[in-house]
Ligand binder design. Structure first.
Ligand code: MN
Length: 189
């Protein structure tokens, strides 16, 4: 039985960049619904004894467990996203990670532009991640409930949710503004 992870900040702590109303729905309704559904779907099954990453990896192998995969992925992704949000202004990467970013992308600013392009370019619902792979930082986008641990794309460092429910109340169709604002004010490496 999985339980909701506490948000590391108050629901209104991210205003004006992310409203209390958005978090009431996103955390209190969307995230909760994925978690409730997952608990319902795994009840009485072997999955009940597994960790969330184990459920994601295992359920992906079985087409009949697609709903379990989707809900487990969405629970894990949201918990990673809550940890990728700062209520005290943007939290920059560690010096080690920053060095790897500049090794590959030249500047942090250049990295930001490519990250934004990837996040904005994700067609439909999904996520955008910075991952570490083979000692390099890469930017990857995943659709729906997919994530870097399921697809073996590297170790996730930070992510943004680009499902419409993540930003529609505050930004409507302006996903680029949402991604930019997150990067400049809310990101937490
Ligand atoms: Mn979401």
């Amino acid at each position: 039985m999985f339980e909701m992870k506490k948000l590391p900040f108050a629901l209104n702590a991210l205003e004006p960049y992310m409203s209390q109303k958005t978090l009431e729905f996103h955390y209190g309704k969307h995230y909760k619904a994925y978690l409730d559904k997952l608990n319902e779907l795994i009840a009485g099954k072997a999955y009940e004894k597994m960790s969330l990453p184990e459920i994601i990896v295992e359920s992906r192998k079985h087409s009949e467990d697609r709903a379990i995969y989707n809900n487990a992925g969405q629970v894990w992704n949201h918990e990673f996203f809550w940890q990728s949000l700062s209520a005290a202004g943007a939290v920059m990467p560690s010096p080690e990670v920053m060095q790897k970013i500049t090794n590959t992308f030249g500047t942090y600013e250049q990295f930001k532009e490519l990250f934004k392009a990837k996040a904005v370019g994700q067609f439909g619902s999904g996520w955008c991640w910075a991952v570490e792979k083979d000692d390099k930082i890469e930017i990857v986008a995943t659709a729906n409930a997919d994530n870097p641990i399921a697809l073996e794309l590297g170790k996730p460092l930070v992510c943004i949710d680009v499902w419409e429910h993540a930003y529609y109340l505050d930004y409507q169709n302006r996903r680029p503004d949402f991604v930019s604002t997150w990067f400049d004010h809310l990101i937490k490496w």
